[in-house]
Ligand binder design. Structure first.
Ligand code: NAD
Ligand code: MG
Length: 399
């Protein structure tokens, strides 16, 4: 491991955040929590802060700060309490931390993830929406600051591990030598076999019941529609400087092969393991060393078989929309992501049928394609377009 690390876990109360704290706790001599952040669930945040001895906690607003103080009462000296989105970005760039786990969900995590990259931290990137919305800015920041970028999304972590020399923890300018294509695996989610006519009726609870992974609600719905895989294609494009036509998606229902790299000589390297985020998280924390993660080994005899099939684009229109957005450019990617976030939130609140998620994305992409082109050279430009898409999608009767 690269010496002693002081870690800011952004989104610590979430699924990836909790798994991160689990791995950190296994190495008390080398890994320390410097800061924690959460948007809600202040009780849980207070428990985490007490258990880890975090020096800093970041919460979204004064009301949350009040709830945190109440939850903390009587626990001892309180960590430094910072409030608001700017404080979150400042904490990610704070000289007090060496390493930032970007595990906030959605484009809301972009400013802090970008701040960590600009400050030259070791950035463990789970927050894929940050790259989808601002891939070029983010990778330029990594290049300029010399930040160490380690992909945590399991597919990208797998690819990173299968690239020559175990991948280079920076921002490549071109595809790795000798690589023909990247193959992302996808479970196909809970609706892989459901009759297409029945999809209209599915509930948030059904969509969130992922067959293999236990995750936050937004990414669970994204996995059901497979927009998650689409976002991951865009993420892979930026992380590995790979053009869209050299990134393939294959359905693999067991989620044991986490992704693959195909080389010019016909070799295909794959990374396998249990579907448990502690493996990629431990890889990112320990790189270039291997840490214990608490994940149980694979039992191949029990697995028996591994299956693969091509994704059905009629069932998963969001996958085709994602490829189209990547080919169309950054404004389309921002649009795809923001429209999806609005649509998924509406679906989770029971205001939008499942099958309309793809329709909202498609309508937003058409709207964006018909507008004059915009410059996207700064975080402000990106957030401005993101906000306009949210207004557009909200005006479809979703807000
Ligand atoms: P989650 O919903 O379980 O947790 C999200 C965290 O972000 C929480 O701590 C929440 O308080 C915080 N948060 C939410 N909105 C916020 C806002 N507006 N401002 C600041 N903080 C906010 O999500 P998750 O499943 O842990 O996913 C986190 C990210 O990691 C997502 O981008 C997801 O796509 C990615 N990811 C998750 C998994 C997984 O297994 N869960 C796997 C791969 C990638
Ligand atoms: Mg993934």
């Amino acid at each position: 491991m690269t010496g002693f690390q002081r870690i800011a876990v952004l989104g610590s109360t979430g699924s990836v955040g909790e798994s991160t704290l689990d791995v950190i706790a296994r190495y008390p001599e080398q890994l320390r929590v410097y800061a924690l952040s959460a948007y809600s669930r202040m009780d849980k945040l207070a428990l985490q802060a007490a258990a880890t001895g975090a020096e800093v906690v970041v919460v979204p607003d004064a009301a949350a700060a009040q709830r945190f103080r109440r939850a903390w009462a009587g626990t001892g000296p309180m960590p430094q309490l910072r409030v608001g989105a700017q404080a979150l970005a400042d904490t990610a760039a704070d000289p007090g931390c060496t390493t930032v786990m970007a595990a906030i969900v959605g484009a809301a995590g972009l400013p802090a993830a970008l701040a960590a990259a600009q400050a030259g931290k070791r950035v463990l990137l789970a927050n894929k929406e940050a790259l989808v919305a601002a891939g070029s800015l983010f990778m330029a920041a990594v290049r300029q600051s010399g930040a160490e970028l380690l992909p945590i999304d399991s597919e990208h972590n797998a690819i990173f591990q299968c690239l020559p020399q175990g991948g280079h923890a920076g921002a490549p300018q071109r595809p790795a030598e000798g690589v023909r294509k990247l193959i992302l695996t996808a479970s196909g989610g809970p609706f892989r076999r459901m009759d297409l006519e029945d999809l209209h009726q599915v509930t948030p609870a059904q969509a969130c019941a992922h067959p293999n992974w236990s995750m936050g609600r937004k990414i669970s719905v994204d996995s059901a529609t497979m927009v998650n895989k689409g976002l991951e294609v865009i993420e892979a494009h930026w992380l590995f400087a790979m053009p869209a036509d050299r990134i393939e998606v294959v359905i693999h229902p067991q989620s044991v092969v986490h992704s693959m790299v195909e080389y010019e000589d016909g070799s295909v390297l794959a990374q396998l393991g249990q579907p448990d985020m502690r493996t990629p998280i431990a890889y990112g924390l320990g790189f270039p060393q291997r840490l214990r993660s608490g994940v149980s080994p694979l039992d191949f005899a029990r697995l028996g078989r591994l299956d693969f099939e091509a994704p059905d684009l009629k069932r998963f229109p969001c996958l085709a929309l994602s490829y189209a957005a990547l080919r169309a450019g950054q404004a389309a990617c921002i649009t795809l992501n923001a429209a999806n976030e609005v649509a998924v939130a509406a679906f989770l609140e029971g205001r939008l049928p499942y099958t309309w998620i793809a329709r909202v994305i498609e309508a937003a992409l058409e709207w964006q394609a018909g507008r004059p082109s915009v410059t996207l050279d700064s975080l402000g430009d990106v957030l401005s377009l993101d906000g306009q898409v949210r207004v557009f999608a909200g005006n479809l009767g979703l807000a």
